[in-house]
Write a protein that binds this ligand. Structure first.
Ligand SMILES: C[S@@+](CC[C@H](N)C(=O)[O-])C[C@H]1O[C@@H](n2cnc3c(N)ncnc32)[C@H](O)[C@@H]1O
Length: 314
């Protein structure tokens, strides 16, 4: 069903709040007014966030993150509960705690999770900070960018109580750098599962020009269904660009083979070569792939750049 005028207005209002750069590091005040806001959000912005979660979780799985069917999973700042639903589908859960400062959002999410995963218990909770709130997996999705310094410090303490932490944020520079700074607070005490290939301080923070981000692939439906074409046109969203930043941590080291490096961002494809940025041994490195000598890699980078995480020869 195409988006109604009311839904479009609601999504535009939310996007204007999310994209407001003038806010700086101040926290964003509560913006959910009713269930209809969350329903409208879920249809476009939430769907796009779900695709980012699918990409991030697929990499976590490839890097050895185990299933968590017996775990209690806390979705902090759950909104409509998209992160919890994607996580449960990929890794399993026994119980899901939907936490949000907005009572409207947390109740909505608990209902949505229960409907999508009838075998998993879902509960709305107001406060995750108290010691009574026990959980093993912490999920955080598109929340870090909305938090001020005091709330980031509380989130850090919450993360240190988890066995596994998965955070997915928008891939814009400010959000990705805020996530990298949080990573550096957690990594001495937790082990990186993905995307980093090292435990050193995040090298993207050394220069203000860099940020650790990736691009997810939207599903075919985003290009073939008229509804998505209308939504993209009416909202001015480029459906092909799905930038995201993410982090998966474990309190115990995971016995998996660590790749030598991770490609960041999107490769720059030129007529005779391709230029990529790699994160390797705690440093960023630019690599040029010559089309003449590494034709297959150049072709793959041009045709399907989001599928390439590391280069076989670099
Ligand atoms: C952009 S929405 C993301 C919602 C959902 N996690 C997702 O990925 O679709 C950010 C959510 O974080 C919540 N939030 C913001 N600050 C919070 C805080 N200090 N404590 C708990 N939730 C917060 C908001 O109410 C909102 O639901």
């Amino acid at each position: 069903m195409p988006l109604s005028h009311d839904e479009l207005d609601r999504i535009q209002r939310l996007r204007a709040l999310f994209l407001d750069d003038a806010r700086g590091d101040r926290a964003l005040p509560d913006y959910w007014r009713d269930d209809a806001d969350l329903r409208a959000y879920e249809r476009v912005l939430g769907a796009r966030i779900g695709w980012k979660w699918d990409a991030a979780l697929s990499e976590c799985k490839d890097r050895g993150m185990p299933r968590t069917d017996d775990a209690i999973v806390l979705d902090f700042g759950c909104g409509a509960g998209i992160a919890a639903m994607r996580y449960a589908r990929a890794f399993g859960a026994r119980e899901i705690l939907c936490q949000d400062r907005s009572p409207i959002a947390r109740d909505y999410a608990a209902r949505a999770v229960a409907a999508a995963h009838p075998k998993i218990q879902a509960r709305a909770i107001a406060d995750a900070d108290s010691d009574d709130c026990a959980f093993e997996v912490l999920l955080v999705s598109h929340v870090v960018s909305e938090l001020d310094a005091a709330s980031i410090a509380r989130l850090k303490d919450l993360a240190l109580r988890a066995r596994f932490v998965v955070i997915v944020e928008s891939g814009n520079k400010a959000a990705a750098r805020k996530l990298a700074a949080l990573r550096d607070l957690l990594v001495p005490r937790m082990h990186v599962v993905a995307p980093c290939t090292h435990m050193a301080a995040c090298p993207s923070l050394r220069s203000t020009a860099d940020w650790c981000h990736f691009f997810a692939e939207p599903p075919q439906a985003a290009f073939t269904e008229g509804e998505w074409a209308h939504a993209a046109r009416d909202l001015g969203i480029d459906l092909r660009a799905l930038p995201y930043a993410f982090l998966c941590l474990s309190c115990e080291p995971i016995a998996a083979t660590t790749p030598p490096h991770r490609m960041l961002g999107r490769p720059e494809i030129n007529k005779h070569d391709a230029r990529v940025q790699l994160c390797e041994s705690g440093a960023l490195r630019e690599v040029t792939i010559d089309k003449r000598t590494k034709k297959d890699t150049w072709r793959l980078l041009k045709k399907d750049p989001t599928s390439v995480r590391n280069l076989p020869f670099a």
